[in-house]
Design a protein around this ligand. Structure first.
Ligand code: ACO
Length: 326
């Protein structure tokens, strides 16, 4: 076990709310369809002049404030995102620029919706190896800028936001009790943004064909998400010798309520112990888990000693889970 503590958490959400009723006026959909299939009622949308690093920097500065420290005190910044500010440099470097800090290492993790848990796994391993004491771990996305707003099958699902945590050493018994992570790259084309990278650099054709937006095989994603999130969570529980009764709070990746519910049932955790923000924010990819953790902590659902189970699944496909003593 790595003795570490969440010293502070934070979030940043755009002010603009896009409701299902708003979407009814944009594409051929209905509030009933979206709510019934996904549980999403509304989502936040960033202004045109707001990028992923703006939200990430804001979330990290709130987390630092809650930890009683300055961002300049961090030994490193690790940011999970699929919606980078620029192809290079990393969004984590833009976060440094936004916060006016420099010196500490900063890099992005590309693991889709599993990005925050991948970043947490790396930060905890660095801490265990003695390669730093306090790390800013962020999940941030501006999905609205990579969504095809004419595709009803995807545009209703996503939202924008950022969540962050400062983790540091613990002298108590808090920490990551067990974790599990993995990937299956053979299923990469099930969920991806086809153009803009070296496989298909941006051209007038790629823009005309909408290849810079989310392409997804929804049913495939659904099936694999439930299987992978549940088995990753059960593996973390098993390694930590925990049963469902021990879990105080389950925070699964918040893609849609049906995936979350199916995961919860397979893990055997009662419904009142699952924390959900999906109705009000939609799927914010890597940002969903840290935002939910922040809101759960603010609501008093995570107390010293609480057992938190997190699990995620995303493009790649990737998956990750952590059993955490708060
Ligand atoms: N409004 C109304 N009808 C719609 C909409 C919409 N927004 N979108 C699709 N439909 C229609 C389809 O055209 C289709 O119509 P047809 O039967 O006449 O052809 C019908 O609804 C059923 O479409 P399916 O895609 O088969 O619907 P499904 O029951 O699979 O639900 C959904 C779609 C919600 C996307 C589901 O597959 C899902 O949740 N998948 C997981 C996707 C996901 O969460 N991705 C996020 C990224 S990955 C992650 O975060 C884990």
């Amino acid at each position: 076990m790595q003795n570490l503590k969440f010293l502070g958490t934070g979030s940043a959400l755009p002010e603009k709310v896009l409701t299902n009723q708003d979407l009814e006026r944009m594409v051929d959909t209905s509030d009933d369809w979206i709510t019934g299939r996904t549980g999403i009622q509304e989502r936040r949308i960033a202004r045109d002049d707001v990028s992923t690093s703006d939200l990430a920097a804001k979330a990290l500065s709130v987390a630092c404030e809650n930890a009683g420290m300055s961002p300049s005190d961090l030994d490193g910044i690790i940011l999970g995102t699929s919606t980078t500010d620029t192809l290079f440099p990393s969004t984590a470097c833009w976060v440094q620029e936004r916060l006016g800090v420099r010196g500490m290492f900063a890099f992005d993790v590309s693991a889709g919706c599993s990005g925050f848990l991948y970043a947490l796994e790396i930060a905890s391993a660095l801490m265990a190896a003695g390669r730093g004491r306090r790390f800013g771990v962020i999940g941030a996305e501006v999905m609205s800028k990579v969504v095809n707003w004419n595709d009803r099958g995807t545009c209703v699902l996503f939202g924008d936001g950022a969540g962050a945590a400062v983790i540091g050493p613990s002298d108590g018994d808090s920490g990551i009790l067990a974790s599990h992570w993995g990937a299956n790259g053979s299923l990469a084309p099930c969920l991806y943004q086809p153009a803009g990278g070296t496989q298909r650099p941006a051209t007038a054709v790629t823009v005309a064909e909408n290849l810079h937006t989310v392409h997804m095989q929804g049913r495939h994603v659904f099936k694999h998400a439930v299987e992978a999130m549940a088995s990753a969570a059960l593996s973390a529980m098993d390694q930590a010798k925990l049963t469902a009764d021990d879990i105080d709070l389950l925070i699964p990746h918040q893609a849609n309520i049906r995936i979350m519910e199916a995961t919860r049932q397979r893990c055997g955790v009662p419904s009142d112990r699952m924390f959900s923000v999906v109705a009000k924010y939609g799927n914010m990819s890597a940002a969903t888990i840290p935002i939910a953790i922040h809101e759960a902590a603010q609501a008093g659902r995570l107390q010293d000693g609480s057992l938190l189970l997190t699990t995620a699944f995303g493009t790649g496909f990737t998956w990750a889970a952590h059993a955490i003593r708060w």
